[in-house]
Design a protein around this ligand. Structure first.
Ligand SMILES: Nc1ncnc2c1ncn2[C@@H]1O[C@H](COP(=O)(O)OP(=O)(O)O)[C@@H](O)[C@H]1O
Ligand SMILES: [Mg+2]
Length: 265
């Protein structure tokens, strides 16, 4: 089995990110505190420009904070993060298998160890038959599956996902959401999942973190009470789901309006 390590715990304290200085400075994140338990699936929602991607990039080590701290704890092994973006980010000149293996190659994992891990990761996302296809020969859903396989193959402590299914059509989105929740249920990875969709957050996560319009702060954290394993279609049709969706929209509405007003200024 490719994913053996349980997810890591994350402690974010007083996190700030300011871009630039002086009157043109943008405060993307302002004093964000968040604790994530090992194996938790946390969704971040908030209006465009509220700093969701910034937070994820800082967690991934692709950007740095200008204040505050992040601690990622795990039991006795070096924590690695893996990131999945809206665009799959696959190398177009490599087939699926080579794309998935890439992260292991760059870490110097020997071929004899890498090959079975790649096989497992491809099996996990149902792409074994397509391993020799190139990205342009795949549908959008298959490309995102490949990106997920590439993330899982490194057995990361934390999976960071930035609107990974936003560019898919509605049917494919449901399929991929279902698959990701199943993978998460199987592997116990810690997931931080950014979305602008309340429904997506409620379908997939244990908690929904609602952010304010810029500067991005945490406005409210909602526990999502639906038990696992989840049947996403059934869940989305339930009255409890509808009620919680409306509750969250009420919290988010002001922020969306505020973000819009600022854009129109
Ligand atoms: N590299 C950067 N330089 C300057 N401003 C940035 C940079 N990255 C993000 N920002 C600004 O920070 C804010 C938050 O951006 P982002 O994290 O992408 O928001 P979200 O993902 O929630 O839509 C936005 O106002 C954006 O313009
Ligand atoms: Mg973003």
């Amino acid at each position: 089995m490719v994913a053996q390590r349980r997810g890591a715990a994350i402690e974010i304290a007083g996190l700030c990110r300011q871009y630039g200085t002086g009157p043109g400075a943008v405060v993307a994140l302002d004093n964000v505190d968040l604790r994530v338990a090992p194996g938790e699936f946390v969704c971040l929602v908030g209006p465009s420009g509220c700093g969701k991607s910034t937070l994820l990039r800082i967690l991934a080590g692709l950007d740095h904070q200008t204040g505050g701290s992040i601690k990622i704890h795990s039991e006795g092994w070096a924590v690695e993060n893996a990131m999945v973006f809206q665009e799959s980010g696959l190398f177009p000149w490599m087939d699926v298998e080579t794309n998935v293996r890439f992260g292991l190659d760059t870490r110097g994992v020997p071929r004899a160890e890498a090959d079975p891990r790649v096989d497992d990761a491809l099996k996990l996302v149902g792409l074994t038959k397509f391993r020799h296809h190139y990205p342009h020969q795949l549908s959008g859903g298959m490309r995102q599956r490949s990106a997920i396989a590439r993330a899982f193959v490194t057995d990361p402590g934390v999976l960071l996902m930035d609107e990974p299914f936003a560019a898919l059509d509605a049917q494919n989105r449901v399929i991929l959401q279902t698959e990701l929740v199943r993978l998460w249920e199987q592997t116990g990875k810690t997931v931080i999942y950014v979305t602008h969709s309340i429904e997506e957050a409620l379908l997939m996560g244990d908690r929904t973190v609602i952010m304010t319009a810029q500067p991005g702060r945490i406005k409210r954290i909602i526990d999502v009470p639906f038990p696992h394993p989840r049947d996403l279609m059934q869940l989305s049709a339930s009255p409890e789901f509808g009620r919680l969706k409306l509750d969250i929209w009420r919290v988010l509405e002001d922020e969306v309006m505020r973000a819009r007003a600022e854009m129109e200024q």
